[in-house]
Design a protein around this ligand. Sequence first.
Ligand code: HEC
Length: 122
Amino acid sequence: MLRSIVVSLVIGVGVQVPAYAQDAATVKNGKAVYERHCAYCHRRPAVEGELLVAPMALKLKYKGTLSPYIDERSDLGNLDVLRGFVRTGVAGMLPIRKTEVSEAELRAIAAYIATNAKATAR
Ligand code: HEC
């Protein structure tokens, strides 16, 4: 009896994966997906004077009240908010379909944005 309790305790502890480990992997994957599918329009300019379409449009839209870089905005770390923009499209951005960026990938992007926005918050 005692032996089986000890064994199940040991097994129970052994298979427990810490929640943060999976989150860290999701965030890392989200960053990779963001860089592959979003960054070429949304990233910070790599050189001074480089003009990127999305930050320019978002600067005009929010007049500086929100960051023009989507990965710095905590509101877009919310999957539902992010999905609303991405799947519907918004003004100058066409909708992005699930065959291009899957739901799991979109969830990972939201996790990356939530983490990054917190880190870059002023
Ligand atoms: C081909 C260029 C392009 C790509 C690729 C692109 N976007 Fe955009 N995105 C834009 C532009 C331009 C806007 C601004 C639209 C406007 O308001 O005029 C925008 C707007 C957005 C907005 C709306 C923000 C707001 O508050 O209005 C979100 C969210 C967004 N993009 C997320 C993404 C994500 C996530 C990806 C990658 C999966 C992505 N975009 C890929 C060009 C792009």
